[in-house]
Design a protein around this ligand. Structure first.
Ligand code: GRG
Length: 319
């Protein structure tokens, strides 16, 4: 493990205060643009606080009661109270409840039925009733149902076949068959295959090579060839590399430095690239990336479920 002194300082207190302040400033630019996906923002912010050891600063009863108000009669969740349900928001709702050990207040049958109803004949998943298909939704359905112990509600074999049909010659995966490989979609496909126990369908050396080539001179990672680095890929790329056992193929020390360079050292928060404006999304994936890099003092995070390891253990091992 690399010592904190050699790596530079993570501004733990400032990042925690930044996350808590975004929630309080309801009229701020960030709060307003996040209004429709508030539940995603809450998952990013709360998971960050948990990784930093600061989740006790939050009133969990208030959060849980708000999350439950975002549930639609179909069983799915909207991004905010009164908004239409979508798989994107349903996973965040389940993850937030998991953080507070409150999954049991859900009617798991109802939520699982909503998710299963979005599986298509070819095994793919639509995000909601309007039908857009994307491997993001395959991951979300599989991850959500696994957390609810309800994977038997879908045709897992067909779901896996569809994901494999999105695999490209470079070893990566895209959002639909034939679509360009992208680190975000690779995370989704590898995560879904990890959760269902089909990682043997990944060409680990070929994909590992493509993923470690995402590291650029500054130490940061991009999401596909010729693109700019972005802190969020510290999550999408590193999680994928960990799941296929190839994380030692990147320069960890340089990536830690890149993430730390993206901090707002005065006001807290992390941005996509050094000196850009911070937001909750990049703060989460920066901190989660550092957790994957074993930065001292952070909780470990599970690369497939995107939840702290102790939360995942509580769900699957009952401890
Ligand atoms: C629980 C962690 C978690 C995820 C839920 C929504 C989801 C499942 C996964 C999203 C995966 C994804 C597609 C991530 C990429 C996001 C991103 C930065 C897209 C930007 O794409 P471009 O083309 O950017 O604008 P580049 O970097 O290619 O220039």
């Amino acid at each position: 493990m690399i010592s904190a002194e050699r790596m530079g300082e993570l501004e733990v207190e400032k990042h925690a205060n930044y996350i808590l302040s975004v929630e309080k400033k309801k009229d701020s630019f960030e709060s307003v643009v996040m209004e429709h996906l508030r539940i995603n923002g809450a998952y990013w912010g709360l998971t960050t606080l948990d990784l930093l050891g600061k989740i006790d600063a939050v009133n969990s009863e208030e959060v849980v009661s708000w999350v439950m108000k975002c549930q639609h009669e179909s069983g799915g969740f909207g991004g905010n109270i009164g908004h239409d349900p979508h798989l994107l928001y349903t996973l965040s709702a389940i993850q937030i409840l998991a953080l507070f050990d409150k999954i049991n207040i859900l009617d798991a049958e109802k939520v699982s039925y909503y998710i299963a109803s979005l599986q298509n004949e070819d095994g793919s998943f639509s995000g909601d009733m309007w039908g857009e298909v994307d491997t993001r939704f395959s991951y979300i359905a599989i991850c959500s149902l696994a957390l609810l112990h309800g994977l038997e509600k879908i045709d897992v074999e067909k779901a896996v076949k569809y994901i494999v049909s999105c695999k490209n010659l470079d070893g990566g995966f895209g959002c639909t068959p034939g679509a360009e490989s992208h680190a975000g979609q690779i995370f989704c496909c590898v995560g879904a295959l990890a959760i269902t126990g089909f990682l043997d369908l990944v060409d680990k050396d070929l994909l590992g090579w493509w993923l470690c080539e995402r590291q650029v001179k500054s130490g940061g990672l991009n999401g596909r060839p010729e693109k700019l680095p972005d802190v969020c890929y510290s999550w999408w790329v590193l999680s994928s590399l960990i799941m296929i056992d190839r994380v030692h193929w990147i320069d960890k020390e340089k990536l830690v430095k890149y993430i730390l360079d993206c901090q707002d050292k005065e006001k807290g928060g992390i941005s996509d690239r050094p000196d850009d404006a911070v937001d909750v999304y990049h703060t989460y994936f920066g901190v989660a990336g550092l957790a994957h890099l074993e930065y001292p003092g952070l909780k470990a995070i599970d690369p497939a479920y995107a939840l702290p390891v102790d939360v995942v253990d509580r769900i699957f091992l009952g401890r």
